[in-house]
Design a protein around this ligand. Structure first.
Ligand SMILES: CC(C)(COP(=O)([O-])OP(=O)(O)OC[C@H]1O[C@@H](n2cnc3c(N)ncnc32)[C@H](O)[C@@H]1OP(=O)(O)O)[C@@H](O)C(=O)NCCC(=O)NCCSC(=O)C[C@@H](O)C[N+](C)(C)C
Length: 201
């Protein structure tokens, strides 16, 4: 994803980024099977994921997540790091499941949720681990817009096109001003997850 971002950022002129998943998943987050097989590398793995969140959060171009399917864990935090998220209205869940799988979050990840969500919404989503369908996710402010299945991508692209002209260093500076604390925490190396039975949330 860093390579793709390098590619997008290298182009001159108006530009925006729209991300989408495949099939019924936008992203279900960290690969827990990989984590289980590499207990010595979990801190490094989570640190890399957090660096990606930080990069997206202050990207000098507009970013829109087209959530055409399930958006869980690190996939949901990735969606929160975009400027905007459009979610399929009738199928698919948005969920921060750390509490239900007994896994704690690294400080940067919690700071990202706190920076992008209203305080009560962040609290509710993080402490309940509930699965939200599109309408509920919109009500809570976890996403910005819902759309029918075949309109999720076009709605995201339409928004992106309309703001592509804002791309540039000023946009990156504004986002950095808004999210400096979260970015600082996200850039801190994650510690304490290596060789634990509960790998990550
Ligand atoms: C996403 C998931 C639930 C999808 O399961 P599925 O494929 O079995 O679900 P489905 O068929 O799409 O839906 C199940 C049912 O739910 C219904 N449904 C689906 N969406 C709906 C909706 N919005 N409203 C009502 N019903 C809905 C479906 O129609 C269906 O109903 P039916 O069974 O009667 O057919 C399943 O794959 C799953 O639990 N995956 C694991 C996800 C997970 O826990 N990820 C977290 C990993 S940890 C992680 O990421 C770490 C990270 O947070 C830490 N850090 C940030 C620091 C890096």
């Amino acid at each position: 994803m860093h390579t793709l971002l390098d590619e997008v950022e290298a182009h001159d002129g108006p530009r925006a980024l729209v991300t989408i998943g495949a099939g019924k998943y936008y992203s279900t987050g960290a690969d827990l099977r990989w984590v289980g097989a590499h207990p010595d590398e979990v801190d490094e793995y989570l640190s890399e994921i957090q660096l990606l969140f930080a990069r997206l959060l202050v990207a000098p171009l507009p970013t829109v997540a087209a959530l055409q399917g399930h958006t869980f864990g690190a996939g949901a935090f990735l969606a929160l790091a975009h400027d905007r998220a459009v979610m399929r209205v009738d199928r698919g869940y948005f969920c921060l499941p750390g509490i239900t799988i007994g896994a704690s979050y690294a400080p940067g990840t919690v700071a990202l949720a706190a920076a992008r969500l209203a305080p009560r919404a962040a609290h509710e989503a993080l402490v309940s681990g509930r699965r939200y369908g599109g309408a509920e996710a919109l009500t809570l402010g976890l996403i910005d817009e819902t759309a029918a299945e075949h309109e999720v991508l076009s709605a995201a692209v339409e928004y992106a096109k309309n703001v592509a002209h804002t791309r540039g260093p000023v946009l990156g500076e504004i986002k950095y001003g808004l999210y400096e604390d979260a970015v600082t925490r996200l850039r801190m190396p994650v510690r304490g997850y290596n060789n634990t039975s509960v790998a990550c949330g």
